[in-house]
Structures are given as C-alpha cells and as structure tokens.
Design a protein around this ligand. Structure first.
Ligand code: KG4
Ligand code: ZN
Length: 335
C-alpha cells in the first residue's frame, strides 16, 4: 500500500489530499481564494501567493487528520511544480520540500495539466490509457493523447485565450462576476442558443488548435453594439449562443482527435469540464465511444488529482530532489 500526501497551489486554490494506491482518495481539502479575488474580477498573483502562505499549513494538517493518519504513515510527498503562477507554485513546492526532507520520504513533482487528466482515474476505476482528453481550464485548452500514465502527446492547443478565460471575460462584460464559467452555464439555461450565430474558429488544414479570443471579441462587440443602439441586450441569449459555439468547437476537435488516434475512449478534464452544455454535447455525439469526465469537485483545482498523477510518476521512478523549483510555463510532454 502507498500513501501520498499531495499539495496543489498553482492558482487560487490551496489544496492538500491524501491518496491511497493512486485512485482512492482518503481526504481532499480545498481552501478557495475566490471570494478574495472576486472584487478584482480575476486572480491577482501577489495576493494569491500571500493567501497560499496563510493557508498551506492548515490545509495540510486537515488533509492528514481527515484521512485518519499521521505524517509518519506517509510514503511520498507530491506537489504541483508547473505550470502556474510562479509565486503561488513556490508556496506548495517549499512546503513539500520541507516535509519530504523532515520525514525522509521521496518527493514527486507533478505537472498540473497531467493532474487534471488523472482526475478521471479517481472517478472511473475502469479507465486505462490510451485515450484522448480535452483539458479546458482557466489557463489551458489542450487536446491530449494519453498514450500511457506518464506519456502524453499534445495534439492541439489554444493559440490565444484558454476556454475558461473566454468564459470569464465574457461573463465580466455581461456583469455576471467571477469566475464566469459557472455563471454563464447557469444563465445560458434561460436563453436561446440559436439567437446569435457566433462563428466557430477553425484553422486551415487538419490543425486541432483552438482560438477563443475571436469569439470573445465578437461577443463583446455584439453586446456593446446593442447597448449603443439604446437597446437592452438579452444576456441569457448571448450566454447561450457563446457557450454553444465554444462547446461545439471543443467537442469537434476532441472527436477528430479520437478518430485520428483510433481511440474508443474520450475524456474531459479541467474546470470547464464542469460545463453542462459541454457534457451534453459530448454525450449526444458519443456514437459508441466510451465517455469519461470527473465529478465537478475533481474538475476544478484540487490536490487529489495531483496525488493520483504522482502515484503513476512514482511507478515510473520519476522522483524529484531538493532542487525542484516552480516553473510557470512547461509543456505537458516535457519534464
Ligand atoms: O481547472 P480550474 O479550476 O483552474 C485552472 O487550472 O485554470 O479552472 C477554472 C476555470 C475558470 O475559468 C472557470 O470559469 C471555469 O474553469 N469553469 C467553468 C465552469 N466551471 C468552472 N467554465 C464553464 N462552465 C462551468 N460550469
Ligand atoms: Zn487547473
């Protein structure tokens, strides 16, 4: 049996979890900073680092006690070291290094996006690679071929905004607040998604890359044009039409990737994977494919997914040492 304490602090959630044998979560503690950042309309990196510092020790203590274990029972310490806000990552990395050194147990550095993908293993005991996965969050939008537990190939990614970023920016213009994804998801249910034909962006050829900045600008321009005419924009219709376009393009690319790789299994991951319209679109077009997505609490940032990913990194002997550092940008296929 292996017990991993995992720590996650890459953005605005301070999280710690204890994971047994890779897929069993004994505790999953998340301290969110959303209320703090709400008044700024987005995450303020400096503030995030300070909040992580305040929370990290308490969150780790809670994860250990919720799991009903002591620090002495742990076999490994895992931590997100890339990508993310560098000052935020550093808090988790420093705490993990200190624990690894003090307890004399191995340290495992985990890539945040790999962690998001691994969230699927926690909720789906039957899921094994290979499969293709759409990872869509506030900072990333990737189509990834998961060849094995520690082998990832990026088949497509955004060339500008991340999907979650587009949701957040559109929500801000509509005055819905931060984070925008859940607000747009809820408001869209009251709107007509065929009301405004926002175009889906497609790069020439077989590219599976995304672009979300064009549709974001189109929505913002549409909204301001209506206002300038002295009319009242129908926010629900705008939210629904925007969401339809973004979700359709993400599912188009995911299904094309599955075809390209001859995969019968497709998965969603990341905060945007909570989106009800995205899940419905994928379900409707599954056509015999096996579909996987994590429960909402494992879609947004958490440390359980980091612990799960770390288990497979440990099986592959991918350990870190005291030179582990925070890296703000790092490809999913790099170490
Ligand atoms: O994975 P995550 O917690 O953090 C990052 O790694 O970025 O994702 C946060 C993002 C935010 O942009 C948020 O608006 C989006 O996920 N999100 C959603 C939904 N729930 C969260 N986007 C669309 N629909 C949702 N229901
Ligand atoms: Zn994330």
């Amino acid at each position: 049996m292996s017990l991993i304490l995992a720590i996650e602090s890459s953005c605005d959630e301070t999280a710690a979890a204890v994971v047994k044998d890779g897929r069993t979560v004994l505790s999953n503690v998340i301290s969110s900073q959303i209320e703090t950042h709400k008044k700024f309309g987005g995450v303020v990196p400096e503030v995030a680092s300070r909040k992580h510092l305040e929370a990290v020790n308490c969150v780790i203590d809670s994860a250990i006690s919720d799991a009903g274990i002591t620090l002495a029972d742990l076999d490994y310490i895992a931590v997100t070291y890339a990508p993310g806000l560098v000052g935020a990552l550093l808090v988790g990395v420093s705490a993990a290094k200190a624990l690894s050194l003090a307890l004399g147990i191995p340290l495992i550095g985990v890539h945040h996006i790999r962690g998001h993908i691994c969230a699927n293993f926690i909720d789906h005991a039957d899921l094994t690679p290979p499969f293709v996965c759409l990872v869509a969050s506030g900072g990333h939008s990737h189509i990834v071929y998961v060849a094995d537990y520690t082998e990832f190939e990026v088949l497509g990614q955004t060339r500008d905004d991340a999907a979650g970023e587009a949701f957040d920016k559109v929500a801000r213009v509509l005055g819905l607040g931060y984070p925008g994804g859940p607000k747009i998801d809820a408001l869209a249910k009251e709107g007509n998604e065929l009301a405004i034909p926002f175009k889906k962006v497609r790069f020439p050829g077989d590219s599976l890359d995304f672009s979300f900045s064009g549709i974001k600008t189109a929505v913002i321009n549409y909204y301001h044009n209506i206002e300038q005419k002295g009319e009242v924009p129908n926010k629900a219709d705008i939210a629904a039409s925007f969401q339809k376009s973004v979700c359709e393009v993400m599912v188009d690319h995911l299904l094309e990737a599955a075809k390209l790789k001859g995969c019968h299994k497709v998965a969603l991951a990341g905060g945007v994977a909570c989106n009800s319209r995205l899940r419905a679109e994928l379900d409707a077009r599954s056509d015999g494919l096996m579909i996987y997505y994590p429960s909402p609490i494992l879609c947004t940032d958490n440390a359980a997914m980091i612990g799960c990913c770390a288990y497979y990194e440990a099986l592959a002997s991918n350990f870190a040492d005291m030179s582990l550092n925070a890296i703000p940008y790092l490809g999913i296929d790099l170490k």
